[in-house]
Design a binder for this molecule. Structure first.
Ligand code: SPV
Ligand code: MN
Length: 624
């Protein structure tokens, strides 16, 4: 008898053993046995995705106090620990085998050394706890996009969240070919007191890409714990690198054009910069809001949503601006709220929800009252900035019917957007694939937000909105994008957007709803329905086309003044940006493809020449 089987027979009850062995895959048995040996759980629960098992997970999350039930029987609230309410970039580390180097942009550690830390931290971490073993699939089952994932965790909240966010995969695992590549996730929140991981100073995520395994320790925030979300994305980027496809931090949506035409777009925005709200813009349909795989299938770029749910920022969700999400959050669809406030009548409240602030309740700091301060004398808001909701996509009125299409959807356009107060125009199309990859994707910058730990509002290099998750050297990642486009006859159009331009007084100069018009314009451009103005940095819209779109979709009189201020080409800022980006790549990315610098330098020359001939701040009419 194998050693793994010995361990499993000792640790598992007969029912759980039977459930596990029904998956005839020795590497699965071994992974579970090794996790048991290391974490030493009191009990092990194998979830086979039956209603009984998934209900048990939800019930136990409540029974153990990981989730608090609300008045609506389908709603619960989870609080992360005090120190743990956003992604922890600093403690997320790639374990790199001897002789390999992922480059300066990525946090890494020698693999042997890292694995020792993992062994020490996880040793006995599930003492007195129950281990849950779950099986999922990234992407639609039995499709060219599918990646099977085993998740082991001692958090019933994590296991419950994944149930809403991912495609269940127990039966899929039972029919899996022996040699199918699997991703392995092992998480422990460690010891908890009042739902705070007591060893939070020893928290972290370690990515052992050599073995397709990610360890998450002493942490609870979903972005650090949910294996199928950002932990698997890092492994997927490596798999995509080996297999010539792209694993991206992108939404996937259909923009509805004239005569019921649906054109699919992916969009990459750093967290907290409008990714989910763009994918939910009224009058269009959503496939996914966070993670997209893109593959070339039958000579076309096709894409699928990796997930089947949303872990979205709840701050500022209002009935007026976000009616679809609002309705779901007020329905009987299963929902986990995290880091919101629970009122006396057991309803959730979040910041900027369009109502008067609450007079009291329970939040991540315990009993909350107006004016409550923390240890540093700072006022504690009634809900956290990065409070979230977790839902399945199924209840959304605007869900696109292609969610489970095995071949994915054909991509017409790719959008890159960041939080940029003074440089990019609201929407612009690149000259071609390479120009878009270099000057839009690879040159993206954005101000930091509360979705990651650390200060907000600082301009940071955010290439492809994926820098936090890129797991191969950045230059190689860019080369892969360039090659991907060269491998298809018809590449998607590439666009940049910017919702965050401000005037001199610091006021935003476009409205929250304007993104609807930018989307419709991009949709028309994909089909060549409208002309555009060629500027040194790309194609921008013609005023009359936007005026018509504003009238038609927002019933708004769009003035030429608004257009002129939004679409002014700001040459000094654009030049400064090129200098910043060029310098980052020259200093820190030794494997940057040469063509990257060529394209950037050409753009600089065009800008300098235009500045010389026409001036620094140019209205679109200067180019028309
Ligand atoms: C993001 O921060 O990009 C998210 C949420 O989508 S997290 O799960 O934290 O990654
Ligand atoms: Mn994200």
């Amino acid at each position: 008898m194998s050693k793994a089987l010995d361990v499993l027979e000792t640790a598992l009850t007969e029912t759980n053993l039977r459930k596990l062995l029904a998956i005839p895959n020795y590497s699965v048995h071994r992974f579970v046995a090794e996790a048991i040996n290391l974490c030493k759980p009191m009990k092990v629960f194998i979830c086979n995705d039956t209603k009984m098992d998934t209900e048990y997970i939800r019930r136990t999350a409540i029974a153990r106090g990981e989730e608090t039930p609300l008045a609506n029987p389908y709603h619960t609230v989870h609080f992360d620990g005090l120190h743990d309410q956003a992604r922890d970039k600093e403690s997320t580390i790639y374990l790199v085998p001897e002789g390999e180097n992922l480059g300066e942009q990525l946090t890494q550690m020698n693999r042997e050394k890292g694995l020792k830390i993992v062994q020490t931290r996880l040793d006995g971490s599930m003492d007195n706890k129950k281990m849950v073993v779950r099986f999922f699939c990234l992407g639609p089952l039995d499709s060219p996009f599918s990646i099977p994932v085993v998740q082991i965790t001692d958090s019933f909240y994590v296991a419950h969240s994944e149930d809403l966010l991912y495609r269940r995969g127990y039966e899929y695992f039972r029919r899996l070919a022996d040699d199918k590549e699997i991703f392995w996730m092992l998480h422990s929140s460690g010891k908890l007191i009042h739902s705070v991981s007591t060893d939070w100073k020893k928290r972290g995520v370690m990515i052992d890409y050599k073995e397709n395994t990610v360890y998450s320790m002493n942490t609870q925030y979903a972005g650090n714990t949910i294996g199928l979300k950002k932990l698997a994305l890092r492994l997927a980027i490596r798999k995509a690198d080996r297999e010539s496809w792209l694993a991206e931090h992108m939404f996937l949506m259909a923009v509805h054009g004239p005569s019921q035409r649906r054109t699919y777009f992916t969009g990459a925005f750093p967290s907290g910069c409008g990714k989910t709200s763009t994918s939910m813009v009224r009058g269009n349909t959503i496939v996914g809001d966070d993670l997209t795989y893109l593959k070339i299938i039958d000579g076309k770029v096709r894409a699928a949503n990796v997930e089947r749910g949303i872990f979205g920022i709840i701050r500022s969700i209002t009935q007026k601006d976000d009616p679809v999400i609002w309705d779901v959050l007020h329905s009987n669809q299963p929902t986990i709220f995290s880091n919101v406030l629970i009122t006396e009548d057991e309803t959730p409240r979040w910041l900027d929800d369009g109502n008067e602030p609450p007079s009291g309740g329970i939040n991540y700091s315990g009993e909350w009252f107006p004016g409550k301060i923390d240890k540093n004398g700072e006022e504690i808001p009634y809900a956290h900035n990065n409070a979230r909701y977790t839902i399945g996509l199924e209840g959304l009125a605007n869900l696109d019917d292609a969610l489970d299409d095995l071949r994915g959807v054909e991509v017409g356009g790719i959008i890159y957007g960041g939080r940029d107060t003074n440089t990019w125009v609201p929407v612009q199309q690149s000259f071609d694939w390479t120009h878009g990859v270099v000057t839009m994707g690879a040159s993206l910058e954005s101000e930091t937000t509360f979705a990651t730990l650390g200060p907000s509002g600082v301009r940071k290099f955010q290439p492809f909105s994926n820098l936090d998750f890129i797991s191969i050297p950045l230059g190689k990642y860019i080369q892969n994008h360039l090659d991907f486009g060269n491998n298809v006859k018809h590449t998607p159009c590439i666009f940049s957007v910017n919702y965050f331009l401000k005037d001199k007084e610091g006021n935003y100069i476009s409205d929250k709803l304007d993104k609807m018009v930018w989307l419709k314009w991009m949709e028309q451009r994909v089909h060549g329905d409208v002309n555009a103005i060629k500027t040194p940095t790309g194609y921008i819209p013609i005023y009359e086309d936007l005026r018509e779109l504003f009238k038609c979709h927002l019933d708004k009189e769009y003035s030429r003044n608004e257009y002129n201020s939004q679409f002014t080409i700001r040459i000094p800022e654009l030049l400064e940006k090129i200098d910043r980006i060029e310098s980052i790549y020259r200093r820190t990315v030794p494997d940057t493809p040469r063509i990257f610098f060529d394209v950037l330098i050409e753009q600089r020359s065009r800008l300098l020449e235009t500045q010389h001939d026409l001036g620094k701040y140019l209205l679109p009419s200067a180019f028309g």
